[in-house]
Design a protein. Structure first.
Length: 262
């Protein structure tokens, strides 16, 4: 059964629709650095995964199909028949599932720092168990947050990094663990060739969580997909390179307002 996801809706009511999911252990606030570039042009729907932020926290484990079903229910609740969908990491997995299994709902697809398959499953089950045992995502915060940004970014922007760490620690432990288990059970590789939506894949060149070969594999399997790389950028490439990330996505949605003819 789906849950009613927390969502933030902004931008012009008649703007092209872009629905965005964030990384494991974060909320829709992750997209804040891109909002100044996007909000004049796009109708944005930023949602929190089940078990995250303001969304309900049902008992886990969860599955990717359940997480995607929550997004379909969100679209229905908002009266959205079709939209561009995208996400970073777990949000990108959900977006790929939607493009493959509900193609009539997906206009264009954006996959940022994500993967179709992230073995071994045992590592995700171990992380889920550690968080449940500790009763807090703080049990894994150091190891996880270190993968999110490059050392140079952490040194230059300590306040941003502290905000990201706080977002992670504030994630309900059952929600985090349940989503870990969803990632453990995810394998979208066979579904990628069926995706028909125009697709943009963005990778962070220094991403240790979903290294560039993961993104290249997605782009190589989705017909006609476009691959772009950002550097320096680790797993949260949109945080480290917000302007470049925002511009790539606007261009992909045919809304590149820097083009001379526009």
């Amino acid at each position: 059964m789906s849950v009613a996801l927390h969502r933030e809706v902004s931008g012009p009511e008649d703007g092209p629709l872009l629905v965005l999911g964030s990384s494991l252990g974060t909320t829709g606030a992750l997209w804040a650095p891109q909002l100044p570039a996007w909000e004049p042009h796009l109708r944005l729907v930023r949602y929190d995964h089940r078990g995250h932020g303001g969304s309900p926290v049902p008992p886990g484990p969860y599955s990717l199909e359940q997480l995607a079903g929550d997004v379909l229910a969100l679209l229905d609740d908002l009266g959205i028949e079709r939209a561009s969908v995208g996400g970073v990491s777990l949000g990108g997995m959900i977006a790929m599932w939607l493009a493959a299994h509900a193609p009539e709902r997906v206009e264009r697809l954006v996959v940022c720092c994500s993967s179709a398959h992230m073995p071994p499953a045992s590592a995700w089950h171990e992380r889920a168990a550690a968080v449940r045992a500790a009763g807090s995502v703080g049990a894994v915060v150091d190891a996880v947050a270190e993968r999110w940004t490059t050392p140079g970014f952490r040194a230059a922007h300590p306040e941003v990094v502290e905000g990201l760490r706080a977002m992670l620690v504030e994630t309900p432990p059952e929600g985090y663990a349940g989503c870990c288990e969803a990632i453990a059970g995810t394998d979208l590789r066979a579904a990628l060739p069926s995706i028909s939506a125009p697709t943009l894949v963005i990778v962070g060149e220094q991403d240790p969580a979903t290294p560039p070969p993961h993104g290249r594999a997605i782009a190589g399997a989705v017909p006609g997909a476009r691959l772009e790389s950002l550097s320096p950028a680790a797993h949260l490439a949109g945080v480290e390179q917000p302007d470049a990330c925002a511009a790539l996505i606007l261009e992909h949605l045919d809304l590149d307002h820097n083009k001379e003819q526009r």
